[in-house]
Design a protein around this ligand. Structure first.
Ligand code: UN1
Length: 512
């Protein structure tokens, strides 16, 4: 059983050494790193304190003053090289994601692919930071808008996508002319160190090819909450993009607002799917299984609530239960495993608490028990749980970061739609149907109130091309594709008079 036979620390160390990271960085620090695969310690990482963080942010601000002057397509060249280095490091970084975050190999690799994809996107974007030319009411005038670099971009990321979320923000921020400061989750510093080393490799090649780039263009700050606070409070950080819990967002958001800094918040999700009478149930089963059990239910976009029409309930739900009972749970590094471990004991306790509360609220729980406790005493593997609920109450309206799927029967479409929207979170959602009217209603103005609304696919696993984020307690931010880049730049409206008179707008007269 690889849970005990693989030297996870040794493997992680080899990957970091291969990227040129000195051993002291991950072996001689104060922050212990555990792999959820075994629950054992795999490294000790050096941390910074808030004062060091503030000094580093100042240095990153200096870098911004230079980087903003580099033409955007030249900035894109650095991101192109980052994409190349990520391609070269894909297997290693993907494996490190599996070791440190507990994702199955395919999902670890998928996460790195997501980084590569956003780099490609950002390279193209570096030649497309378009502003509008706008008709003016004044003769011999031109009105236009220009997009300028904004400043230091702070990035706060969570353990569950330890590297992709950084890359969504980093790739866009860099082509937009910003410098970046990254505070990763304390649970996943090794993958952050590896990503920073990969960035340094790209930067070295960029400079060797004759390009100029300032020192401290990208700063990694490993540390606890005080470091995050130093970033959020620093007057020279005009934008913080933070991914994590709604609780974290409630702390970060008001602080940024108080100093009029921008926030891109990607907080909790409590994502639902509606299964209607016409749904293709084979497709639905696969869609639900991946969305609810994939990544052990630890995606912001994981499926947590399933509304099943009464005419298909007794067909679909038993099939789902069968899939839940047989899904391979185990070491994420082993071929064939589909569900890896929870990140830590606190996640396991949170799951058990939610299941107990669900029972209390009248739910029938199948699964949810701890597995492999003897093979890996400090790791937390669980059988994913299905909970049939009489109604949407208790823990169903909360986000529990674990593989729990609450299933509720419905009889009328509008009720299912209302249930989809009746939670405080608004990240992702989906409908399984072949009824065009239901599908269109779901994505319409009176449909799902989430930032993501899908048809015949689950709520998770978004591509980078679309803007990613959600409404309500999810925080309202948008990262990644579409025009999310605008959040990383400042817009200036310019009116230019190329005539020799001075007509005033709105016909105002002011003759002196
Ligand atoms: C997250 O869980 O924070 O759509 C991000 C998805 C992934 C990203 C999830 N592309 O599931």
């Amino acid at each position: 059983m690889t849970l005990t036979t693989i030297d996870l620390g040794g493997e992680a160390g080899k990957i970091l050494a291969g990227l040129g990271v000195p051993a002291a960085v991950w072996q001689e620090g104060t922050l212990s790193v555990r792999s959820p695969v075994s629950g054992e310690k795999i490294g000790s990482v050096q941390e910074v304190g808030p004062d060091e963080a503030a000094t580093a942010i100042e240095a990153t601000h200096k870098a911004f003053l230079e980087w903003r002057l580099v033409p955007a397509p030249r900035r894109g060249e650095l991101v192109r090289l980052l994409g190349e280095e990520l391609r070269a490091a894909k297997d290693d970084l993907g494996r490190l994601v599996s070791i440190e975050a507990g994702k199955i190999v395919s999902e670890g690799l998928g996460e790195v692919q997501e980084m590569i994809d956003i780099c490609d996107f950002a390279v193209g974007l570096s030649r497309q930071l378009y502003g509008l030319t706008i008709a003016t009411e004044r003769a011999d005038h031109r009105m236009m808008e220009t997009w300028h670099p904004l400043g230091v971009t702070g990035i706060i990321s969570a353990f569950n996508f330890p590297v992709a979320v950084w890359s969504w923000n980093a790739a866009l921020a860099l082509v937009c002319g910003n410098s970046i400061v990254w505070k990763p989750s304390e649970k996943t510093p090794l993958t952050a160190i590896a990503s920073q080393a990969i960035f340094e490799k790209a930067l070295k090649r960029y400079i060797e090819a004759g390009n100029t780039a300032p020192a401290n263009l990208s700063t990694l700050l490993i540390g606890g909450a005080p470091v995050g606070e130093a970033l959020v409070d620093h007057p020279k950080v005009p934008l913080v993009s933070a991914t994590g819990s709604t609780r974290m967002g409630r702390a970060v958001g008001p602080k940024l607002a108080a100093r009029f800094a921008r926030a891109i918040l990607e907080l909790g999700g409590n994502n639902a799917a509606i299964v209607t009478p016409t749904a293709n149930l084979d497709l639905t089963l696969r869609g639900v299984a991946f969305a609810a059990m994939g990544t052990a239910g630890q995606r912001c976009t994981s499926l947590r609530r399933l509304f099943v029409h009464e005419t298909v309930y007794d067909t679909l739900v038993p099939r789902l239960k069968k899939a839940y009972a047989s899904v391979p749970v185990g070491s994420p590094l082993e071929a064939g495993t589909l569900v890896g471990p929870l990140i830590d004991e606190a996640a396991f306790n949170g799951m058990q608490k939610a299941l107990a509360a669900a029972k209390q609220a009248g739910g029938t729980v199948t699964g949810g028990e701890r597995l492999l406790a003897e093979e890996a005493t400090s790791a937390f593997y669980v059988r994913p749980a299905i909970v049939e609920m009489p109604e949407q109450t208790g823990p169903v309206v909360e986000e529990t970061f674990a593989p729990i799927l609450y299933v509720i029967k419905y009889s009328d479409f509008d009720t299912a739609l209302a249930l989809n929207n009746a939670v405080p979170q608004g990240l992702s959602s989906s409908i399984f149907t072949n009824d065009m009217r239901e599908a269109e209603a779901f994505v319409s103005a009176r449909g799902s109130d989430c930032g993501i609304a899908n048809v015949n696919i689950g709520p998770s696993g978004a591509e980078i091309g679309g803007a990613f984020g959600g409404e309500k307690e999810t925080g309202g931010g948008r990262e990644s594709g579409s025009d999310a880049w605008k959040g990383y730049m400042r817009r200036a409206t310019n009116t230019v008079n190329y005539g020799s008179t001075l007509p005033l707008a709105q016909g105002v007269k002011f003759d002196i």
